[in-house]
Design a protein around this ligand. Structure first.
Ligand SMILES: Cc1cc2nc3c(=O)[nH]c(=O)nc-3n(C[C@H](O)[C@H](O)[C@H](O)COP(=O)(O)OP(=O)(O)OC[C@H]3O[C@@H](n4cnc5c(N)ncnc54)[C@H](O)[C@@H]3O)c2cc1C
Length: 475
């Protein structure tokens, strides 16, 4: 099904122009198309040029595009901000990239129901800022919040820093307006906190990676804005000791931090060098960064004391407190700049997004060293310590010839994913399968489960035109 698509013709392009307006179609201009042929996955082999980019404004225009694409059998790939880390927005089968960038309005902040109604192309952080003016809080927090779009967050069910306390994006999506691949428009959910009417297709859409429908309106649940916030930076001499402190903080300290980030020795060195600062402690070879929030300063201060005490008893080297906005920002900076630092210094790498049951993190860390040695690669590790979601960037050493790296990459990823699955984990915690991991899905799921999901896909998208080449391995 994935190979017998039709190519775009000038007649079809003229129809697209009639739907969205001349200015909103890019066609026959490789210099402009190239921006829409990749996301943030490294490597030219993960990029693919679209034949056209179309920028609709509204569900009716998108429905017309989908009807045209279905009639002509042309693949359509929805695109948000293109910050994805699995190739989800890359048009691997060519055809049309459907960019949601013009649909960037916050339609309503409904104070009586504590919801925001937004279009898919709003930058996530803009939602947080807009609702903050009303004393409200949008809890979704991917680390790319200043660039990614909310539609992309819903499509990936984005996680991020605050998942341990607040959960992931899906917890806050109460309703969606969706254009189906057939061009029908449906509404799922609404401004309701409870609803068990029919199948829960709302949750099926969340995390569907742009393969089941295109979101055109999103209803988000809001919370009261926490008034107090504190950050603790806690250095340790080794990763195992640092990780072992996390469950103690939650169970013995009776605190659920808003975030618990971890960085290993290599990540610490890379990030601090990149921002031109010295790590705060000379012997620090692992760090935990705790963010605490609440409604009273005294409550957060008591949480900070409890965590500091527990960490010191768990052999932390020290505890540094960031209780002003400026000091908290400074403490977060190395973690926030880490991906950029790794990308700047290591042009050839595979950024992985592993998740294991939290208690198996030490076992995963123990496996990473021999794994790196076996493939003569570096495998620094950082991420969301409390929920078991660790990012491992496998880096090609400069001395390794590119051909050797390319020849071993598939086997290397297979070996890594087998380790994770063996620990009861999953091959992606928040970045998605997309195109990058589609070939590896059978390592993580049974043939029966994959076949069931293919049948679900076919029910929504009988022509197979919406975001083909994603999630499922080639038949
Ligand atoms: C520095 C950095 C940090 C990151 N940190 C995190 C993190 O902490 N947590 C996390 O989860 N991710 C993180 N990411 C990954 C990425 O930002 C998220 O996956 C984000 O949700 C993607 O949003 P986007 O708008 O860029 O989507 P895109 O990359 O454009 O698209 C992603 C997927 O969504 C689909 N899609 C987009 N819009 C729609 C729509 N309206 N309807 C249907 N499908 C749609 C696309 O087809 C594609 O499959 C990070 C990325 C970077 C570069």
């Amino acid at each position: 099904m994935e190979t017998d698509f039709a190519a775009l013709t000038p007649t079809v392009v003229a129809e697209l122009r009639a739907i969205v307006g001349d200015a909103h179609v890019i066609y026959g201009d490789p210099d402009r198309l190239i921006d829409y042929g990749h996301d943030e996955v490294h490597g030219a082999e993960h990029a693919h040029l679209p034949e056209a980019v179309v920028k609709p404004d509204g569900a009716a225009e998108i429905a017309a595009i989908m009807r045209l694409a279905a009639r002509e059998r042309i693949p359509v790939t929805p695109r948000g901000a293109g910050s994805g880390l699995s190739g989800g927005a890359v048009p691997v089968c060519g055809g049309i990239v459907l960019s949601l960038e013009r649909m960037n309005r916050i339609l309503e902040i409904d104070l009586a129901n504590l919801v925001a109604v937004v279009e898919p192309g709003v930058i996530t952080n803009d939602i947080s800022e807009a609702v903050r003016q009303h004393g409200l809080f949008y809890a979704g927090y991917p680390m790319s919040t200043e660039t990614c779009f909310i539609g992309g967050n819903v499509a990936e069910n984005a996680g991020g820093g605050r998942a341990i306390k607040y959960g992931v994006t899906g917890r806050y999506v109460l309703g969606l307006e969706v254009v189906l691949p057939t061009g029908e428009i449906v509404e799922l959910g609404g401004k309701r906190l409870k609803d068990v009417t029919g199948y829960n297709l709302l949750q099926l859409m969340i995390g569907s990676e742009g393969t089941l429908g295109i979101f055109t309106k999103i209803i988000l649940r809001l919370l009261p804005q926490p008034q107090a916030r504190t950050v603790l930076l806690v250095p340790f001499t080794d990763a195992r000791t640092a990780i072992a402190a996390v469950p103690r903080v939650i169970a013995e300290g009776r605190v659920i931090p808003a975030a618990v980030e971890f960085m290993d020795r290599f990540s610490i060195q890379t990030a601090y060098e990149f921002i031109g600062e010295k790590p705060p402690h000379p012997r620090m070879a692992a760090l935990l960064l705790f963010e605490l929030d609440g409604f009273q300063e005294s409550e957060v201060a008591a949480q900070a004391d409890a965590i500091a005490d527990l960490c010191l008893r768990a052999s932390a080297l020290d505890v540094y407190l960031g209780d002003t906005p400026a000091s908290a920002k400074k403490m977060w900076r190395p973690r926030q700049k880490l991906a950029e630092a790794l990308n700047t210094h290591w042009a050839i790498q595979s950024a992985e997004d592993l998740v294991v049951p939290p208690a198996r993190i030490p076992d995963l860390l123990a496996e990473l060293e021999p794994f790196g040695e076996r493939y003569n690669a570096l495998a620094p590790c950082f991420g969301h310590a409390a929920d078991g979601n660790l990012h491992v960037h496998i880096l090609k050493k400069p001395e390794m010839p590119l051909a050797v790296w390319q020849a071993q990459e598939g086997g290397m990823l297979t070996a890594l994913y087998k380790i994770v699955v063996g620990l009861g984990g999953a091959i992606t915690g928040e970045h998605g399968i997309g195109a990058k991991r589609a070939g590896y899905l059978p390592l993580a799921q049974s043939p029966e489960l994959i076949a069931l999901q293919r049948r679900v896909k076919a029910a929504f998208d009988p022509m197979g035109i919406l975001n083909p080449g994603k999630i499922f391995p080639k038949l």
